[in-house]
Design a binder for this molecule. Structure first.
Ligand code: R5P
Length: 256
């Protein structure tokens, strides 16, 4: 029956096939990231517009009320900081804890091409083994902190390996020829937003990714560092869920 549980959990996050996930896990390696110094204050007004929150157990417990009902994608890899080599992550949170926190998925980063490639891919594989046993989907995060070219060849390689090892969803970055990344990955792909861009450019990024087959976004800084985070997440939703043209969605951002 584990597959039913996994299907049910994935559908909480992307029931319509599309999703706007809000990434607020940056503190796990960046500390008090701009815009997330007080996570509760940043996250609370955005919850009604997020299809899920991606975060650590520490921020979940301290900054999100259990009654909100928003699906949680729990980051379970980490233990490195911006002060050192990011790719040396280990598993920081047990599967039992993820179940206790009623997570809808767990997230693990992989660092394909780094010296720690093997360890990070084994982190993913072991987490998938435990997750499959308990009905918990695993989202693989690719290409964080990479100095390697984030092109379709590299991202396609990283995403495909993550899917082959059992990830149910893959998160990556947008790139030229992005359809090649999506078409060679047998599970849904969502994009990170990356560094803060002007709002219209971030909406163009989301629109381009969805038009090339992405299931949506798992976006952080381009939402919570915006001058108007609620307006921005609403505009991103309009692009991802309603297929609104960027100009129209941008109008929503400005109006809100
Ligand atoms: C990276 O490992 C984390 O999941 C990031 O917090 C997330 O990818 C960042 O999202 P964004 O690039 O949209 O701020």
């Amino acid at each position: 029956m584990a597959d039913w549980g996994i299907g049910n959990r994935v559908s909480r996050i992307m029931g319509s096939g599309k999703t706007v996930m809000l990434a607020v896990d940056h503190g796990y390696f960046q500390g008090p990231t701009t815009g997330l110094e007080d996570p509760r204050r940043t996250i609370t007004p955005l919850i009604p517009y997020a299809d899920s929150l991606m975060l650590t157990r520490g921020v979940l417990r301290t900054s999100v009320e259990p009654g909100t009902g928003v699906p949680v994608v729990l980051r379970v890899s980490g233990a490195t900081s911006v002060l050192k080599e990011l790719s040396g992550e280990g598993i920081t949170t047990s599967m039992e804890e993820a179940v206790r926190l009623n997570a809808s998925a767990v997230a693990v980063s992989v660092f394909v091409g780094s010296d720690n490639e093997r360890e990070s891919l084994l982190n993913l594989s072991r987490t998938v083994d435990e997750g499959e046993r308990l009905g918990m989907p695993v989202l693989a995060v690719t290409a964080v902190g990479r100095e390697m070219n984030r092109d379709a060849r590299y991202l396609g390689l990283a995403c495909r390996i993550a899917a082959e090892l059992g990830a149910r969803i893959v998160k990556t970055y947008y790139c030229e020829d992005f359809e090649k990344v999506v078409n060679s990955c047998p599970v849904p792909v969502v994009i990170a937003g990356g560094k803060k861009l002007p709002e219209k450019e971030a909406l163009q990024l989301a629109a381009a990714a969805v038009s090339k087959g992405a299931a949506g976004v798992d976006m952080g800084r381009n939402i919570f560092q915006s001058s108007n985070p609620v307006g921005m997440i609403r505009a991103v939703r309009a692009v991802v869920h309603e297929g609104k043209p960027v100009e129209e969605a941008y109008g929503l951002f400005e109006k809100a």
